[in-house]
Design a protein around this ligand. Structure first.
Ligand code: TUI
Length: 314
């Protein structure tokens, strides 16, 4: 599947792995890049030197292109923005904010810049600022989310900009990938499906929780304070939502989730920890290799599109 995104990034398959906090480390990113997609390292709130080490480790594990996601709400965002230049990272995606201040520096360094957007206005602003592509991420996604669904956001962004658009949020197999392509995407970004892979360095409890997730298991914390985070329902989300309904302050609620993603990912505490995952966890029933995910979803997508053309074409 050749698209403007596969050409831009020099990858075989139009599948990008989300830069997930605590999950998107060197082994996972390298496995996705080695499988022909684009692996991303998730900077999240890690200090710049941790990210520098991840980049170097990833380079040891793959000679294919990979990228770094710069989480703009991180207290270290400025230092991380500098590290990706120093380490000659080829691709940068950004999340949870507006990367405008870093764009001149990144473009001068020849970095391909792909911000994640959750609205048409942000997508247009980014295009004007000179980015290479955008990821339109719907509210079905795990982690920090916007309001619009992938079904509405993706075609709206595709209509509003000329640069290529990557669809994200609710995509975990070839059906979702084909749907995103029908809406005008030229690649997909996939998160949750890559957590449930053999290469993901994530506690088995976390992977099992995704595999067992039902459609009604998705919860959102932090809506009342303007920081909505999607994860899988557990004791933490129940307590959080209860306190939120009681009108507790952002600081009090923050206390409940301090270090809670790490607790779930590394210690396997899926009861008190934050199990970030998208709504699409409900269609994931097994743990696969990254190669199986990348190749499997792309071939299923192509088969579906061919079958559609045969069935409905003239
Ligand atoms: O960034 C994400 N997802 C994330 S970041 C993250 S780390 C975290 N952990 C705990 C609490 C908060 C964050 C976990 N998941 N996705 C990309 C994304 N970006 N989704 C939505 C946005 C976004 C939202 C507002 C992008 C831009 C924006 O505003 C633009 C502006 O102009 O300020």
């Amino acid at each position: 599947m050749k698209t403007r995104i596969t050409e831009l990034l020099g990858i075989e398959y139009p599948v990008i792995q989300g830069g997930m906090a605590w999950v998107a480390e060197a082994h996972l990113a390298a496995a996705v890049s080695n499988a022909g997609g684009l692996g991303l390292l998730g900077g999240a709130s890690a200090p710049a030197n941790v990210i520098r080490d991840m980049i170097r480790q990833c380079r040891e594990l793959t000679d294919k292109p990979f990228g770094v996601n710069v989480m703009l709400m991180s207290p270290y965002a400025k230092e991380v923005a500098q590290v990706v230049v120093e380490e000659k990272v080829q691709v940068v995606t950004t999340g949870a904010g507006n990367p405008a201040v870093y764009l001149p520096m990144w473009k001068e360094a020849g970095i391909k810049v792909i911000p994640v957007v959750a609205s048409v206005a942000h997508a247009k602003l980014m295009e004007k600022a000179g980015v290479d592509a955008v990821v339109a991420e719907g509210t079905e996604s795990g982690g920090h989310i916007g309001e619009a669904t992938t079904m509405t956001l993706l075609p709206s962004v595709v209509d509003a900009v000329e640069i290529p658009v990557i669809g994200a949020g609710g995509i975990a197999d070839g059906r979702g990938m084909a749907a995103a392509f029908m809406l005008g995407a030229e690649a997909v970004q996939v998160g949750t499906r890559f957590v449930a892979t053999t290469e993901a360095v994530v506690h088995q409890n976390y992977k099992d929780r995704i595999v067992k997730a039902k459609d009604i298991d998705s919860a959102v914390t932090g809506r009342s304070h303007g920081h909505p985070v999607r994860c899988l329902r557990n004791q933490m989300t129940r307590e959080y939502n209860k306190l939120e309904a009681e009108g507790k302050s952002f600081e009090e609620l923050e206390y409940l989730t301090l270090g809670s993603l790490r607790k779930a990912v590394q210690e396997g505490d899926i009861t008190h920890g934050t199990v970030m995952a998208g709504q699409i966890a409900s269609i994931i029933h097994d743990v696969k290799s990254c190669k199986e995910v990348v190749e499997g979803m792309t071939s299923e997508c192509v088969e579906i599109m061919k079958a559609c053309a045969e069935r409905y074409g003239r």
